[in-house]
Design a protein around this ligand. Structure first.
Ligand SMILES: O=c1ccn([C@@H]2O[C@H](COP(=O)(O)OP(=O)(O)O[C@H]3OC[C@@H](O)[C@H](O)[C@H]3O)[C@@H](O)[C@H]2O)c(=O)[nH]1
Length: 362
């Protein structure tokens, strides 16, 4: 009896243990299946994530590469490439102001003085000057560009002043005669005042137009001219004449060193297409196959000098000891009709005709 009861007890215990063991085994199995599942989904997730990350990265790369290319190009263009500049010792290097330095003549003068190794400050109000004429110097340690109108005073420290600021083409200076007068009178006074204060030498860019409608050919510097004080060109002619008077008043009264260049017709690169003077007018008209507009009879004469010759003349005059006015131009005169014929021959049949026009600008 006892042994049977014991046997039942043991088998009952075993059954429970078996159940327990079975339960535990089931749990372990479920746990391991779950673990594998989690592991697998983690790996799967990771590879999906890695895959999409790769895709995003390659997309970014696709977009960024052309930008990198652009940056490389920009870096190349910034590690400039300035025109070659001479080295000058402190003693020989001058601080030079050029008013109207972004204009046709002024920008070529800027090039020469920069390449000679000087420190150049260009002042321009960009009425007829163009930033593009001097942009190749922007950022150079010897160069500075100031947007300023000389009708307002200017306070800087310089050794020499080339005073070129003024519209020089008849349509430009007649567009606003009062402004032309202010630039040549108040502007010149301001620059002479600056020259006096800092002890700088000033060169005035005067003009052949101080001779007006001359009765003498060719005009030497001691000819006093033949100017109509109320004519259509008077704002420029008389403006430059009084600018010369101011220079010599400052020289006599204040001891300012002055140079006066009477500039004759000049041509060359950077002349504005719509400058309005005869060289650019005729070339443009001929290239466009339009008739050349010869004002008046065309028998009036002019001489044309190349801009680099003028610039060499300006620098030579500034550094000379000649304080009286000096004509700068090509001595060989031609009639406007001859000049029109020359352009016509060079451009060919397209620019073949002349249009005689009665203009206020003989
Ligand atoms: O289309 C044109 C333009 C001009 N001309 C004539 O060509 C001659 C030259 O005229 P421009 O306008 O080129 O220049 P100008 O000689 O009259 O004045 C110039 O000369 C010297 C500079 O110092 C002055 O700044 C500038 O005014 C003038 O007789 C003018 O009447 C034409 O026949 N056709």
């Amino acid at each position: 009896m006892v042994s049977k009861a014991l046997l039942r007890l043991v088998s009952a215990v075993n059954r429970r243990r078996m159940k327990l063991l079975l339960g535990l085994a089931l749990l372990a199995y479920v746990a391991s299946v779950w673990g594998n599942f989690v592991n697998m989904s983690f790996l799967l997730n990771r590879s999906i994530q890695e895959n999409s990350e790769l895709k995003i990265e390659s997309k970014i790369e696709e977009i960024v590469e052309p930008l990198r290319e652009k940056i490389r190009d920009l870096e190349k263009s910034f590690t400039q490439k300035y025109p070659p500049v001479k080295f000058l010792s402190e003693k020989d290097r001058k601080r030079i102001l050029i008013t109207g330095g972004a204009g046709f003549v002024g920008s070529h003068l800027t090039d020469k003085l920069m390449m000679d190794g000087h420190e150049v400050t260009v002042v321009d109000n960009f009425f007829t000057g163009r930033k593009r004429n001097v942009e190749h110097w922007i950022g150079h340690e010897n160069f500075e560009l100031i947007n300023h109108d000389v009708v307002e005073p200017l306070y800087i420290e310089v050794d020499q002043i080339y005073h070129l600021a003024s519209p020089a083409s008849p349509p430009n200076y007649m567009y606003n005669p009062i402004k032309t007068l202010k630039t040549n009178t108040i502007g010149t006074l301001n620059m002479l005042g600056l020259a006096k204060r800092v002890g700088a030498r000033l060169l005035l860019a005067s003009t052949s137009e101080v001779y007006g409608d001359p009765e003498v050919h060719p005009q030497s510097e001691d000819y006093w001219g033949h100017v109509n004080p109320i004519g259509p060109r008077a704002c420029y002619d008389e403006g430059k004449r009084v600018a010369e008077t101011m220079c010599y008043a400052y020289m006599k009264q204040e001891g300012v060193e002055v140079r006066v260049a009477r500039i004759f017709n000049t041509f060359g690169p950077r002349m504005h297409m719509n400058d309005g003077r005869v060289v650019s007018n005729f070339i443009l008209q001929a290239l466009q196959g339009e008739p050349l507009t010869v004002y008046g009879s065309g028998s009036q004469t002019r001489a044309f000098q190349y801009v680099s010759d003028l610039v060499n003349g300006l620098v030579a005059l500034m550094n000379s000891n000649v304080s009286s006015p000096v004509n700068l131009g090509n001595p060989e005169e031609h009639t406007i009709l001859e000049f029109a014929q020359l352009i016509k021959n060079l451009v060919g049949p397209a620019g073949g005709r002349f249009k005689q026009s009665n203009s206020l600008l003989p």
